[in-house]
Design a protein around this ligand. Sequence first.
Ligand code: NAP
Ligand code: MG
Length: 503
Amino acid sequence: MTTATITQPSTATQTFINSPQKLLIDGKRVDAVSGETFEVLDPSNNNVLCQVPKGAKEDIDRAVQSARKAFDTGPWRKLTASERGKLIWKLADLIEERAEEFAQLETLDNGKPLAVARAADIPLTIDHFRYYAGLATKIHGETIDLSVPYAPDSHFFDFTLREPMGVVGQIIPWNFPLLMAAWKLGVALAAGNCVVLKPAEQTPLSALRLAGLFADAGFPDGVVNIVTGFGDAGAALAEHHGVNKVAFTGSTKVGHEIVKASAGNLKRISLELGGKSPSIVFADADLELAASGVSGAIFFNQGQCCCAGSRMLIHKKIYQELVERVSDLAKKIKLAPGMHSDSDMGPLVSTEQQDRVLNYIRSGVSEGAQTLIGGNTPGGDMEGGCFVEPTVFGNITQDMKIVQEEIFGPVVVASPFEDIEEAIAKGNDTAFGLAASVWTNDINKAHKVARGLQAGTVWVNCHNIFDAAAPFGGYKKSGYGREMGIHALESYTQIKNVIIQIH
Ligand code: NAP
Ligand code: MG
């Protein structure tokens, strides 16, 4: 039997946590105007890690002014695309040099297993910045042939410029704190925008650590501003008339607020609002692969993934067997604080999130779903943390809340289907459309279902595969716009058409 080891925060991590935390505005590290701070908690035990500035409307104002100045009159616009790319690449290098510190901060603040932060969050963040460092020099317009009648001996030359939006407000969630910052910042900076970033109140630490690297990477003051705070700071950013575009990832409820707030100056918006993604398993699938795949699809990151496979749709011939396999895998998941070497699943991000998930579990039970496994919080050492057991529900109906609403925790519902048509219909039967996975060895079925699903991403015989080059975003109520890949440029640039008459 192996015993778990517990990683103690490194000197670098501890030094950062113990240092005074500051906003980043106009290249300076400053307190909130109000002087107020709030507590950052470790969700594995709810101990206070440190205090961070409670930025509010006046701090957002200062940050927007700083970004405005950097965009409108600063040196930033004069940099070439290649120079912007080099700065972003340098930022990636600086993160890489501090990879362990970032991983530890992510685990302490968010709760996720350190092994996951080390293997996924941080390398994906670095890779993401490098992808956009390279893309900075590949942003270009086009030339267009015009057919307008023209005077003899003259004609028209038409070309487009792909220009930055200007000042971009970015509001991010707590599930992958640093990676979500990278998804937002990489493309914005590659395209030449200036940014005000508002991290989630539950997980501000990695963004504040990142704040310390922009100057060293060579970014001019004010190009990136970071304001920690609560929802009112996010709302002030979404409303601000000095902001040209807002990018938001989070709940559908706040997504609606962002849309309303954007109306004041008709700022552009992109939204990534989560989902209720199906994992669809056909009888011809490799059941071992499918069971571990659909289990990972929901339980990875404690189920706190916008694209979590939270609905298992299983062909009736293999329904019983697959549900048993997934339940057996769920039983083996070791719950433990993220800093413990044997942790497969850490706590949820906060007591509030734990309560929200437990309320959904209660609602499932009261609506008549059958709890096949889990459904509780673990006792013992873990009682003081925000843990919830991996939970599988059977005997569900399509109208139940646990089937229709995003739970954002380690809770999956299972239901059988008879044929492809029913699988597609059930797969599409929620208000969301973020992602889906299909598990089959029949290439025709895979193509048919991929085309039939209303989802921004369809994975076949895999789930949760992300790459900086692959576009990600939602159909239906899962949002507008795409992040990652070249497609993200659409929502961070605007097209200027230039028509020249040549005499
Ligand atoms: P949330 O309220 O939507 O928070 C996301 C971000 O928006 C945070 O930075 C938040 O700041 C900020 N915010 C809150 N109110 C705002 C407002 N009126 N205007 C502008 N920004 C605002 O999400 P949550 O409460 O943390 O989580 C609730 C549920 O959202 C989860 O259970 C899950 O279903 C869903 N969610 C989805 C994703 C996703 O990846 N799609 C991520 C996180 C959560 P504060 O942190 O200060 O509130
Ligand atoms: Mg925290």
